[in-house]
Design a protein around this ligand. Structure first.
Ligand code: NIG
Ligand code: FE
Length: 420
């Protein structure tokens, strides 16, 4: 019998709509619908009904029904983490120590560490081993209340190793109930063998890697690290265009350390998202304000590298669509904790809890082009929800930073964990 779940006595049901928008722009992000003293009914993996406890009439068949008494807890849509590098071979805590002692992320990259360190670790690892290492990470992601995730390649930097990473992502998609989108990031760094021959590597990406990725249907998106010392605007646009030629849109790492003026050109090409944006230049915010490309902030990376935080308040006040993601990766953000990212967005970026929750749910879903099914609570949408600890206000969730106040997680209508 398919499981039916009724969550009753919900203190506040957040992010519920009869028909939800696909994303929320600018200052409207302050609006997070909230139904007090609510119930939520789930059936066959999707949201069946919701409403006020007083109107609990949607349930007609009480057989095979699992009842959760939320008893003063809030319910909200699960997090959508639209930017991660969850598949990697090994951790990089020695670089963390070097940074504590004074080296910068750039210094470490220049001596062959950073992304190239991760690529060296991954080069000879078997696909099976890489998959086994990714398993506990995705299991933790699910347990922590993330209901959909994007995962990038980018630690391969050769055709074989990039395809190996993407196959691991494909296996995760098959094995786990969480919605996963996959992004090809061959242009993450210039491999050592191509030193001084960047254009040859870009050509390899365009002529060999992207066609193979597309032929095997291994990625939904293409990504580039558009940054000084990595790939410039011309390289980036050529790769974005090659992706488009093969039916893949882009999500681009841009403006992390330097404003290269790439955002207007990327937005013009209809990229799904531009991610990082710690440093913005002239014309960048305006370009985002008049487009549907999502501006994705990654506060865990800002914290971990001690770099500026994305100016989300400016972006919102000028009408951009802002999302939040973890950037989970072994170098610049070794944490997959979306709840902490939401807390940091409030504490350091001055987003309100409502804005940050919208950024981490519905707008994150838009940054993965899955907001028709994920990121909000509406009849027929995938039943991915978080149940908070007992609390007076939903803002308790970002407030209790560092120890997520989450008592229950439901994914595709299945209970992952719930309080006793
Ligand atoms: O998003 N900035 C580029 N890529 C990753 C970091 C990758 C790494 O250091 O391994 C990021 O921060
Ligand atoms: Fe990243």
């Amino acid at each position: 019998m398919p499981m039916k779940i009724l969550i009753k006595n919900i203190k506040g049901l957040a992010g519920a709509y009869e028909e939800s928008p696909l994303f929320i722009r600018g200052n409207s992000m302050e609006n997070l619908p909230m139904i007090e003293n609510a119930y939520l009914a789930i059936e066959n993996g999707v949201i069946a009904d919701y409403g006020k406890m007083d109107d609990l009439s949607g349930i007609t068949d009480w057989r095979n029904l699992e009842i959760i008494d939320a008893d003063g807890r809030f319910v909200l849509p699960s997090w959508v983490d639209s930017h991660t590098h969850l598949v990697f071979a090994g951790t990089r805590e020695l670089e963390f120590e070097d940074r504590i002692k004074g080296m910068s992320y750039e210094d470490i990259a220049k001596r062959g560490g950073g992304i190239l360190n991760s690529a060296a670790k991954l080069a000879y690892m078997s696909e099976d081993e890489l998959f086994e290492r990714a398993r506990p990470r995705i299991e933790k992601v699910i347990n922590d209340g993330t209901g959909a995730i994007e995962i990038k390649s980018g630690y391969g930097l050769s055709t074989d190793a990039e395809l190996k990473m993407l196959r691991v992502i494909k296996r995760l998609q098959k094995e786990y109930p969480i919605r996963i989108k996959s992004t090809f990031l061959g242009a993450h760094a210039l491999p050592k063998e191509y030193a001084g021959r960047k254009s040859d590597y870009v050509e390899l990406i365009i002529k060999e890697m992207i066609p193979q990725v597309a032929a095997e249907n291994l990625a939904d998106y293409v990504d580039v690290f558009c940054e000084d010392g990595y790939f410039d605007l011309k390289d980036t646009l050529a790769i974005v265009d090659a992706g488009l030629d093969h039916g893949m849109k882009s999500k681009i790492h841009v403006n992390q350390f330097n404003a290269l003026g790439a955002i207007p050109a990327l937005v013009e090409r209809g990229v799904v998202s531009v991610d990082h944006l710690e440093v913005l230049g002239e014309g960048d915010v305006e370009a985002l304000a008049s487009s549907n490309s999502i501006a994705t902030a990654l506060p865990l990376c800002s914290l971990f590298l001690s770099i500026p935080y994305t100016p989300a308040v400016d972006l919102m006040s000028q009408d951009a669509v802002v999302a939040l993601a973890t950037d989970f990766n072994p170098g610049s953000a070794p944490s997959s904790n979306m709840t902490l990212a939401v807390s940091l967005a409030c504490i350091k970026m001055k987003m309100t809890p409502n804005q940050a929750i919208n950024a981490a749910t519905i707008n994150g879903a838009a940054a993965m082009e899955i907001s028709e099914t994920h990121g909000s609570i509406a009849p027929g949408k995938v039943a991915n929800v978080i149940i908070t600890e007992k609390c007076e206000h939903l803002s308790y969730l970002p407030y209790s930073f560092g120890s997520p106040a989450i008592d229950g997680v439901i994914l595709n209508g299945e209970i992952i964990r719930v309080f006793e």
